[in-house]
Design a protein around this ligand. Structure first.
Ligand code: ZN
Length: 70
């Protein structure tokens, strides 16, 4: 028995691809892959910022120590 009202489409409004019967995600495979890549690149950016902040902090602390010796 096919219930037409239960056909689900990808939640991405630009995509709206019909999802397979019993598909457990709200987004199609392609959109899920895109999201995974977005999360990964965002993670790398966050890491890069953290490293930058850490190195700046070390530089500031080092500079502060040098200044205190004067
Ligand atoms: Zn999609």
């Amino acid at each position: 028995m096919i219930n037409e009202s239960e056909i689900r489409v990808c939640k991405n409004k630009k995509c709206q691809k019909v999802l397979p019967d019993g598909y457990k995600y709200n987004y199609c495979e392609a959109c899920r892959n895109k999201q995974a890549n977005t999360v990964k690149s965002t993670g790398k950016k966050v890491l890069a910022v953290a490293v930058t902040v850490a190195s700046v902090t070390v530089t500031v602390l080092t500079a502060g120590k040098i200044n205190l010796k004067k």
